[in-house]
Design a protein around this ligand. Structure first.
Ligand code: HPA
Length: 267
């Protein structure tokens, strides 16, 4: 199925994208910055799910950004929408099928570590996947990767080093930490946040980890960047809403777009 979809996309835009980007909640505006772009709604891609999450547009964009050919996914698929782990990584595997070598995974998350503030950018250094199913469960597709892939360097060390320099050169503050994915859609309880802090998570969200696993499996180099859209449940004495998450992500969008564009240009 993906092979056929990739051939269709290549017929519309033959240039090979070097880097793919999955745009998280409230971060979709980067898609408008791509030049000479071709936009393809997911609905046109045979067998592709539609994205139903708030502020996820549901289209892919091929064009140039930061002087490079890029593939942008404006809208991702989440477990909480009812998609299987395998379905949530169709974007990642399509990026590979189209010839991408690197993938930038972005998201909005809840900050757990007390050093994280609302609106911070966090470079993902590692992840905790223990609360979500692996996208690799089931028969292994040997044409994609090995049965038991190594996960010791998911968020590529060299890319992380480069990203820290890029942020510094552009005057953008960048923190670093471990991201844990839970299925959602409910936000966590205070007890769950305490547990996540105890096992070493700095931020929590409902995406990205499954995509990173699939990306490593098929040989894509991964960069993960999170916008801390709120402080996690229990850290402030007030209820959490998805509007708050989208609002913070939107407010940080211009700086985020600059950071991601410079990463695309320089990695
Ligand atoms: N928890 C889970 N997912 C999230 C959060 C959160 O606090 N903020 C943004 N996505």
């Amino acid at each position: 199925m993906l092979h056929k979809v990739a051939e269709y996309i290549k017929s519309l835009y033959p240039a090979v994208p070097e880097t793919a980007v999955i745009l998280g909640s409230g971060l979709g505006a980067l898609a408008d910055r791509a030049e000479n772009a071709v936009r393809i709604p997911y609905g046109e891609l045979e067998g592709f799910p539609v994205s139903t999450a708030p502020s996820h547009r549901g289209e892919l964009i091929l064009g140039t950004l930061g002087g490079k050919t890029v593939l942008l996914f404006s809208g991702r698929f989440h477990l909480y929408e009812g998609y299987s782990a395998k379905e949530t990584v169709l974007t990642v595997r399509l990026a590979k099928a189209l010839g991408a070598e690197k993938i930038i995974l972005t998201n909005a998350s809840g900050g757990i570590n007390k050093t994280l503030n609302c609106g911070d950018f966090m470079l993902i250094s590692d992840h905790i996947s223990a609360f979500v199913p692996s996208p690799l469960i089931g028969k292994n597709d040997e044409s994609l990767g090995v049965r038991f892939p190594d996960m010791s360097n998911v968020y590529d060390r060299e890319i992380r080093k480069a990203v820290k320099k890029i942020a510094c050169d552009n005057g953008i503050e960048l923190k670093e930490g471990v991201y844990a994915q839970l299925t959602g859609p409910q936000f966590e309880t205070p007890a769950e946040i305490k547990m996540l802090a105890n096992i070493g998570a700095d931020a929590v969200g409902m995406s990205t980890v499954i995509e990173a696993i699939a990306a490593v499996h098929c040989g894509l180099k991964v960069c993960g960047i999170s916008v801390i859209a709120n402080l996690a449940c229990g850290l402030l004495d007030k209820p959490l809403t998805s509007e708050e998450v989208t609002e913070t992500a939107n407010a940080k969008a211009p700086q985020f777009e600059k950071l991601v564009t410079e990463i695309i240009r320089n990695i």
